[in-house]
Design a protein around this ligand. Sequence first.
Ligand SMILES: C=C(O[C@@H]1C=C(C(=O)O)C=C[C@H]1O)C(=O)O
Length: 271
Amino acid sequence: MPYRIGLPHYANTAPLVHFLEAPRGVELRFGVPTELNRWLAEGEVDLSLVSSQFYLEARGALRALPDFSVAVLGAVYSVNLFHKRPWDELRRIAITSESATSVRLLAHLLERSGVPAELEPAPVGLEGLESYDGVLLIGDRALTAYAGLLEHTPASVHDLPRRPGGHYVTDLAMQWFRATRLPFVFALWATRAGEQPPPEVVALLRRARREGLGRLGEVAAAESARLGIPAPLLQHYLWNFRYHLEPPDRLGLATFAEAVGLLGPEEYWSV
Ligand SMILES: C=C(O[C@@H]1C=C(C(=O)O)C=C[C@H]1O)C(=O)O
């Protein structure tokens, strides 16, 4: 039986995957985060990138690698609520089925701001705005939808339009930062509790990450060709991620866990 590693096929994991060469006996399986969560729980994969929300809910049965994350400090650019009326007037929101964490984060931010919006799973893109007040998209779909609203490639991240295509676009990680001044951890690498990943697999993942971050221009160019998004936009997008679960990321994750009731104030969370 090969050692099976679960990965999302999102641009934001490309720096971890682009130079990941699975040796004999290691198999890569790609899925969306909610599938990866399920595959790890059900034994379909042995090590996987999983939604942080899923990890927090099932942490007794899972063991996170201590130095891997998909996190950001501030805007993430790919977990976006696209909406046609102001945040406070939102009442019906279509949510993607691809993510656990982002949906929980949206619900928390709405609750925090006292907005009584209903979240409805719906497989829609921006066309969903014809019948919903807002549409939550993550990953490559969010990125390509956002890039598709830009009339030109801005020279700087500070030149991004406030209302691309006339839409409101709320970046959930930026809203988290505005409320907490902390990073937001979207995903972690985890195995089932009691199942140590082979050291050579962990070394392989670390080597692939080091190579991917060291050659980010090549990774951005490949993702640009795959997604049809200008490479400079991809390069900044990828440069912006935090992949090492460092102390600020851990504090952000523990704060999120407490905020959504997954960690008691007296509980200590550790990897
Ligand atoms: C920030 C993102 O990261 C992804 C978001 C995840 C989630 O919300 O569950 C899981 C894996 C990450 O690669 C994104 O998809 O835009």
